[in-house]
Design a protein around this ligand. Structure first.
Ligand code: IPM
Ligand code: MG
Length: 364
């Protein structure tokens, strides 16, 4: 198969971790007979430096023309980088929101899984870590507070600001369907998270999710309030299979879920539209403090590439091969600094890429 990818290396550690994911894809291509072609696209701070804006229309067109987008990370140090002197709509993050909206990437999948080998890194009590967990956070990505009308203004000498949270039943229905479909391929349980005891948008969310659930009788549905969910994630994470939630709640809960896996450097994500097209990126940020030092963990980006093989290209066997290679490398004791522990072998970004590529080639 020939796969045309738009690649957004981005800022901070982005270029280093994306380079390793590309090497892994090339190894898959070599072993399984596929070809991956890459077109670089600027987004975030690096685009501001060249074009004065975080994402150009041309960049959007290039991404749209590709089969999928592989992304690293964008943004810099918010306290020191000149990018954050710009108005909000010109900052690096605005590029990310714009590409999500322009490409219609409404379904954000963020798996949080505790690797057997990394149990010691889980900050929860030992008995909880020993139980393990394996959940998929399904975050609605193109609606809600992130895209509602907002304003900062002055009235009678007092400054006020508002943001609005709106969802249409159609937006809720399409993400709910995706949530149930994914649950069907997993342990068949959906926890829909809202704040229906306070918010109208949440009451609509709950009503529509219940309607959709009627078409998925084989999947168990429960509703949970977002504050309770935040608590349950650290009290008993093994109870969750698919967590289905709106944009802002998903942003917060997915960071919490990633933390209990031990390192955000391990977590991939996929943002999908109505078709097979998707943007794949690690859940973590651009970590400007460690950029260029060859110490960042490339595994989240490599696993994002595996999600791309699975969801955009239906290459399940190849995706399994990448995931298996990552597990084997961990089993053999190789660790980047963020997941290092006593008795293990510390490696850099590139060396971690080498080891994973090696395992892919060995498996065949
Ligand atoms: C994420 C990030 C983004 C978000 C930021 C960078 C705008 O936190 O992907 O979770 O809030 O969606
Ligand atoms: Mg976030």
């Amino acid at each position: 198969m020939k796969c045309n990818l738009a690649v957004i290396s981005g800022d901070g550690i982005g270029p280093e971790i994306v380079a390793q994911a590309k090497r892994v894809l090339d190894a898959i291509g070599e072993v399984y007979g596929h070809m991956f072609c890459y077109t670089e696209v600027l987004m975030g701070g690096c685009s501001i430096d060249v074009h004065g804006v975080p994402l150009t229309e041309e960049a959007i067109l290039t991404a749209q023309a590709a089969d999928a987008v592989l992304m690293g990370s964008i943004g810099g140090n918010t306290a020191t980088s000149p990018w954050y002197q710009l108005p909000p709509e010109k900052r690096p993050e605005a590029g990310l929101l714009k590409i999500r909206k322009s490409l219609g990437l409404f379904a954000n999948l963020r798996p949080a899984y505790l690797y057997e080998e990394l149990k010691h890194a889980c900050p929860l009590k030992e008995e909880l870590a020993n139980q393990g967990f394996d959940m998929m956070i399904m975050r609605e990505l193109t609606g809600g507070l992130y895209f509602g009308e907002r304003k900062t203004y002055t009235e009678n000498g007092v400054t006020l600001a508002y943001d609005t949270l709106t969802y249409s039943e159609n937006e809720i229905r399409r993400i709910a369907k995706r949530g149930f479909e994914i649950a069907r391929k997993r342990r068949k349980k959906v926890t829909s998270v809202d704040k229906a005891n306070v918010l109208d948008s949440s009451r609509l969310w709950r009503k529509v999710v219940e309607e959709v659930a009627k078409d998925y009788q084989d999947v168990e549905l429960e509703h949970m309030l977002v504050d309770n969910c935040a608590m349950q994630l650290v009290k008993d994470p093994s109870q969750f299979d698919v967590i289905l939630t709106e944009n802002m709640f998903g942003d917060i809960l997915s960071d919490e879920a990633s933390m209990i896996t031990g390192s955000i450097g391990m977590l991939p994500s996929a943002s999908l539209n109505e078709t097979k097209f998707g943007l794949y990126e690690p859940s973590g940020g651009s970590a400007p403090d460690i950029a260029g030092k060859n110490i960042a963990n490339p595994i989240a980006t490599i696993l994002s590439a595996a999600m791309m093989l699975r969801y955009t290209f239906d290459l399940d066997k190849e995706a399994d091969a990448v995931e298996r290679a990552v597990k084997l490398v961990l089993k053999k004791g190789y660790r980047t600094g963020d997941i290092m522990s006593e008795g293990k072998i510390q490696v850099g970004t590139k060396e971690m890429g080498d080891k994973i590529v090696e395992e892919i080639k060995n498996q065949k």
